[in-house]
Design a protein around this ligand. Structure first.
Ligand code: HEM
Length: 306
């Protein structure tokens, strides 16, 4: 079985760095691909500074960039993020050619790896997003709700949800990534009584217990993102983290999936364009300001890019 990049399967440690880059000129594509393919080796170098910090990473490639560096072989379904605009709700597509997703117990080591990569890429790229994610309290989003409760837990469950398998053997062990940075309107959110907030998420605030069916509206976040097919829930592996300053609070949403269709369908239901007339009420309290799709090849595929 082809090996996935190291950030995907383990449960995340509390410090993350997300960097989205735009390639200035596709004439540099092959040189950039060679540098990006060294991500696992560079990660190992920086991880050796403090093995206890468990530094892991992934590099993702945007659809357009991938077509340039590997025109003959493309993962099935790889496509740019589709913007959604409906009834005043907007999920913008801001794109990006390269994503670095770095996680460990130490922000300084994440930054060290990010800076080493950035130096090698030099003037060939422009930084679009440079976001430090962190575990907030007991793994809560800044709305105050525990995030991650129903994320696939065991390695086997996470691999089954995140990794391409026999359906596209050339790219087995790879994974599709969707990223969106959200900015919350916490003033509006805090004005709601806790009971109302719980109906919007679909879970209790204190302990993340799911609301009973008769209390959980069909517009609750978890009611919109739980999609059953043939008696099974469609799964994604979320690696999202809060991102914030004292002036602005939000979430860097990032999910890995064996197909881009599943997160796309979830988002369609959240944004109210799934055709059932419903949207996710959480979207009234937060606004996506970026959106992009990437492909994280297996370690073997990544090596071939070098
Ligand atoms: C501002 C953006 C978002 C916030 C604050 C947020 C927050 C939450 C919270 C608090 C939960 C409940 C606890 C849990 O099971 O993790 C949850 C569940 C979930 N969210 Fe989100 N989420 C956001 C965006 C998204 C997006 C964009 C997607 C998919 C495209 C998504 C997919 C899911 C899924 C699949 C679950 C698990 C549902 C279940 O099985 O019960 N979320 N989210």
């Amino acid at each position: 079985m082809a090996q996935p990049q190291s950030v995907i399967i383990p449960q995340p440690n509390p410090a993350a760095l997300f960097v989205v880059l735009k390639v200035k000129n596709f004439a540099d594509a092959q040189a950039l691909a060679r540098i990006a393919s060294r991500m696992p080796a560079l990660t190992a170098e920086v991880a050796a500074i403090d093995p206890g910090a468990q530094l892991v990473s992934a590099v993702g490639f945007g659809a357009e960039f991938w077509s340039v560096i590997s025109p003959a072989a493309k993962p099935q379904g790889l496509r740019p993020f589709k913007a959604i605009a409906a009834a005043g709700r907007i999920a913008p597509a801001t794109g990006g050619d390269l994503l670095f997703h770095i996680v460990s117990k130490r922000h300084d080591l994440n930054l060290e790896l990010g800076m080493r990569l950035r130096r090698q890429l030099g003037a060939m790229v422009e930084v679009m997003e440079d976001v430090r994610g962190f575990a907030y309290l007991d793994s809560r989003d800044l709305t105050g709700f525990i995030d991650g409760t129903e994320n696939p837990k065991t390695d086997r469950e996470r691999a089954a949800a995140a990794l391409i398998g026999a359906e596209d053997p050339d790219f087995a062990g790879g994974s599709f990534i969707v990223t969106q940075r959200y900015i919350h309107n916490l003033e509006k959110w805090r004005a709601l009584p806790e009971e109302e907030q719980e109906k919007i998420i679909g879970r209790r605030k204190a302990d993340s217990e799911e609301l009973a069916d008769d209390l959980k509206p069909p517009t609750a976040h978890i009611a919109r993102v739980v999609i059953e097919e043939n008696g099974e829930e469609l799964q994604i592996v979320r690696h999202s983290f809060p991102c914030a300053t004292v002036s602005e609070q939000g979430l860097f949403f990032i999910a890995y999936c064996k197909t881009p269709d599943i997160p796309e369908r979830m988002l369609t239901r959240m944004m109210g364009v799934a055709g059932d007339g419903l949207h996710d009420r959480l979207m009234e309290f937060t606004q996506a300001v970026s959106g992009a799709n990437f492909f994280a090849p297996s370690l073997e595929t990544l090596k071939r890019l070098a």
